[in-house]
Design a protein around this ligand. Structure first.
Ligand code: GAL
Length: 388
């Protein structure tokens, strides 16, 4: 009798749990649905902790890398997390791919700022290469460095190699002798006040580029992109976040080749997410308002080194002028599906960083090929099947 009663009460509590789970905003309504902005439980039932992230597809599995955020702090207290999935919906926590160091002398010591990690696979060296934005502990956002780490396995552990600013002593590959002569005349003392017309003009002509030439260019929010020919690029917010740089990586992806261009000088773009479709490069970025959302921007080019043309904000739907409350982080080309790309963004929660949310939305394309990101409360990968 006692067992019957306990069985009934167990059954009842299970029913109640399922009922509340189904009704709660915090649960995907149907298994398999991607619900932008809601809690996204991993296969252990815990909200995925991989912010400012990026995806990599390797050997039939997707790997999601991102920042491990704490309850109260956005600083790196753990390191870069890795999750794996075969279906893009159910994610298994693979643990810490790159751990911060307990050594206070390390550049990636616990408490540094380690943001927007991305991983790419190098076919030639068979190594997985991770790049990230690094700020040295206790120095705010002044270091503006890029860090790099490598591993023989997608999930890690990754071995930290080094960090630095980018391409010291090297000018953009599209800068002419005439452009260089103009830059050489710029005297910083004449441009101490920011945002005046003459300051803006001077920054476009290379005021900050020249300032940072010797030590290398600043690199904050960043992205990696591997092109069809196997060449890889590092795209980052440079020059005090005023200008984007697109820099080619070396053959082993572990350093820079020295070839780079500046994109949208003084445009104040960050959070670059880039993809290629039908031979055209598209890049979605944000403005620079810290953890607060702002209106997404979009650019296109026929050549990765430009020229890049700006287009209107691609977002459609409620809160479109604030990127639905998020900030771009990655665009994924879905394997095995025709013309399927997913726009990914973070809804930051600076007061409770671990509770930051993810926005994943399918990208739609207008007849002329222009991308559109339309808000959906929930969707599944069948979106593309049903479109056919
Ligand atoms: C954002 C940036 C984030 C983080 C944050 C810090 O603008 O996209 O990655 O650096 O600022 O305030």
């Amino acid at each position: 009798m006692k067992t019957l009663v306990s069985k009934i009460s167990l059954g009842l509590s299970l029913l109640v749990a399922v009922f509340f789970a189904a009704c709660s905003d915090n649960y995907p309504k149907i298994a398999g649905e991607i619900c932008p902005g809601e809690i996204w439980p991993d296969t252990n039932g815990e909200h995925i902790n991989a912010h400012g992230g990026g995806l990599m597809y390797y050997d039939g599995t997707y790997y999601w890398f991102g920042e491990n955020k704490g309850e109260r702090s956005s600083a790196a207290l753990v390191g870069v997390m890795c999750y794996s999935s075969k279906n893009l919906k159910d994610w298994k926590n693979e643990g810490v791919a790159l751990a911060v160091s307990e050594d206070p002398e390390s550049e990636i010591t616990k408490g540094c700022v380690l943001e927007r990690p991305k991983v790419i696979y190098n076919e030639k060296t068979k190594k997985f290469v991770m790049w990230f934005h690094l700020e040295l502990k206790g120095k705010g956002y002044s270091a503006a460095r890029s860090g790099v780490a490598v591993s023989d396995s997608p999930t890690g552990p990754y071995t930290y190699l080094r960090s630095s600013r980018v391409n010291p002593g090297i000018l953009p590959c599209d800068m002419t002798e005439a452009d260089k002569a103009v830059m050489d005349t710029l005297n910083p003392q004449n441009y101490e006040k920011w945002w005046t017309d003459s300051w803006t003009d001077a920054v476009k002509k290379g005021l900050i580029l020249k300032r940072d030439l010797e030590g290398g260019q600043m690199a904050r929010d960043m992205q990696l992109f591997v092109d069809d020919d196997g060449k890889a690029y590092h795209i980052y917010a440079s020059e005090e976040n005023l200008t984007l740089n697109i820099a080619e990586l070396s053959e082993d992806y572990q350093s820079h080749s020295g070839k780079y261009v500046r994109v949208a000088p003084t445009g104040h773009n960050e959070a670059p997410a880039i993809f290629k479709r039908n031979g055209k490069y598209w890049m979605i970025t944000s403005g620079c308002t810290g953890w607060d959302p702002n209106e997404a921007r979009m650019f296109s080019a026929d050549n990765i080194f430009g020229p890049w043309t700006q287009h209107p904000n691609p977002c459609v739907g409620p809160n479109k002028d604030l990127t639905f409350g998020g900030q771009s982080t990655y665009v994924l080309k879905v394997q095995g599906l025709d013309d399927a790309y997913i726009f990914m963004a973070d809804i930051w929660r600076p007061k409770h960083p671990i509770d930051a949310r993810y926005i994943w939305l399918p990208i739609q394309f207008k007849e002329d090929g222009t991308p559109v990101v339309e808000w959906m409360d929930s969707w599944t990968l069948d979106y593309w099947k049903n479109k056919k």
